[in-house]
Design a protein around this ligand. Structure first.
Ligand code: SF4
Length: 477
């Protein structure tokens, strides 16, 4: 049952201030619209009675605008483009948390209201234990990793997502587009040096490249490297290819699969909540399009990944909405392999006023994701974005996959990530074993390639860490 939850004056508000401002104080405040109110696609907070134990008779998740994010210019206050909502959700009563714990131990599905309660649960370590319990049931003490290379064919992009530090206009300094020959040569060089099993290929929405470029690219890469899996093109790119060709998603995916596409990454999901999505990435495909592309891919037998961009202007309700929409599609298709929460980075983009999510906030989001997404088998920490320390800590919050050796990652380094671009395999083994887990090298579709027993330190280690600071990335090309 779709319904509106009345919000008190400052409760559950997005501070959607913009540069022009339309309110009396120059800020425009839009009340948070729970996702069910826009399209009725989420049965969220559908039963108000379920909310009552959390906050008395009236749902009163209060929210305050964070003072962080206010910026000044030459001593004069200026209005930031984006400001983060600091939510102060009331701590749920113990019996609500006890009921959630009972459900998790019984393997029962958590509701949207349970998810909201977990965002307010005071004991983060308790939450971690629950998530670890749920994860252990799926993958025990195994922690997966793979050895891959990221390949970004072009950073020229028609969209201008507010959080993006990677995109450029064609002809702008730093803009690049690889030819097919350049991409193949780059991939060949990597394969000669590293036993990669996967190329992870994501790109900008180039306004002029024809669809044939991408088809030819996959064909050339798969001819040159027949043993390397091509995980290519986000759902937003597939949506773009359909747009520029007039073909259906199925036709686009058929052609790409015939050319060598093996699976799809999960990027471009960002946050599904329409009000936030419009603000941060209004040009790119809608949530419905993103989901439709994945539904089509799953129907064709193409496995895909899923993501959520967190730590910007989204609320806890937006996050729960996002998770439930993924869970709903997974119930239908069972085509998602893994969920990857992606932390927003605030350097070199239009959302630089926003503070980034802290490690503890990150831990909470990972744990809740593990608990809510009971039908998506794996939860991945992308260490290159989070830092190795945080990624290792997340093994106690439901993570069972550490993204592998990533060669020359661009997107997050242009957004300020200062992590190394690649990590030696023995270092990754050490990080996983320190958490008391068993490292398992996998292929892209989670087939086990090699289990590493405690004393199994391969002498054929991959190259040692190469530290490259953001800003020097361009010099690597
Ligand atoms: S996030 Fe992707 S679609 Fe958005 S501007 Fe950056 S490259 Fe383009």
């Amino acid at each position: 049952m779709a319904r509106t939850i009345p919000a008190p004056p400052l409760a559950l508000t997005h501070d959607l201030s913009d540069a022009t401002g339309s309110g009396a104080n120059g800020l425009r405040r839009d009340p948070l619209v729970l996702p069910e109110d826009e399209g009725g696609h989420v049965r969220m907070v559908a039963d108000r009675d379920l909310l009552d134990p959390l906050a008395g008779n009236t749902p009163s998740f209060s929210a305050e605008t964070s003072p962080e994010g206010t910026s000044t210019t030459s001593g004069k206050a200026s209005v930031p483009l984006f400001r983060r909502v600091r939510e102060r959700l009331p701590a749920p009563p113990d019996h609500i948390l006890a009921e959630i714990e009972r459900k998790v131990h019984a393997g029962e599905r958590l509701s949207a209201v349970d998810g909201m309660a977990l965002f307010a649960a005071p004991d983060l370590l308790w939450l971690g234990r629950l998530a670890r319990h749920a994860q252990r049931r799926i993958s025990g003490d195994t922690v997966f990793f793979n050895i891959n290379r990221h390949l970004n064919l072009t950073n020229v992009c028609k969209a201008k997502c507010a959080f993006c530090s990677f995109r450029r206009d064609d002809g702008e300094a730093g803009a690049y587009t690889m030819t097919v020959a350049e991409a193949v040569a780059t991939a060949r060089t990597t394969v000669a040096a590293l036993p990669i099993t996967e190329l992870h290929i994501v790109n900008g929405l180039h306004p002029d490249l024809p669809f044939d470029y991408y088809v030819d690219m996959l064909r050339a890469l798969s001819d040159a490297l027949p043993n390397v899996h091509l995980k290519a093109f986000t759902a937003v790119e597939i949506w773009w290819f359909a747009r520029i060709t007039g073909k259906s998603y199925a036709e686009v995916l058929h052609e790409l699969r015939d050319a060598g596409l093996g699976s799809m990454p999960g990027g471009g999901a960002e946050i599904f909540a329409p009000a936030v999505r419009r603000r941060i990435c209004g040009y790119k495909s809608t949530a419905e399009d993103w989901l439709a592309v994945h539904r089509t891919a799953h129907g064709l037998g193409i496995r895909t990944n899923s993501t959520m961009l967190y730590g910007h202007i989204e609320t806890a309700a937006d996050r729960i909405d996002h998770l439930l929409r993924l869970r709903e599609l997974q119930d239908e298709t069972n085509g998602f392999q893994v969920f990857i929460p992606l932390r927003f980075h605030n350097a070199n983009n239009r959302m630089s006023d926003l503070p980034m999510a802290t490690p503890l906030e990150t831990a909470r989001i990972f744990a809740i994701s593990r608990l809510m997404l009971d039908n998506i088998p794996h939860l991945k920490a992308y260490w290159i974005m989070l830092g190795l320390d945080t990624a290792q800590m997340l093994l106690e919050f439901g993570v069972d996959d550490l993204d592998g050796t990533v060669v020359e990652e661009r997107i997050y380094h242009m957004a300020g990530a200062h992590t190394p671009h690649e990590m030696g395999r023995n270092e990754l083994l050490r990080v996983i074993r320190d958490g008391g887990r068993e490292p398992v090298q996998r292929d892209t579709t989670y087939n086990v390639m090699r289990r590493f027993s405690r004393d199994d330190d391969p002498s054929d280690d991959l190259p040692t860490t190469m530290t490259v600071q953001a800003g020097a990335v361009g010099a690597l090309r």
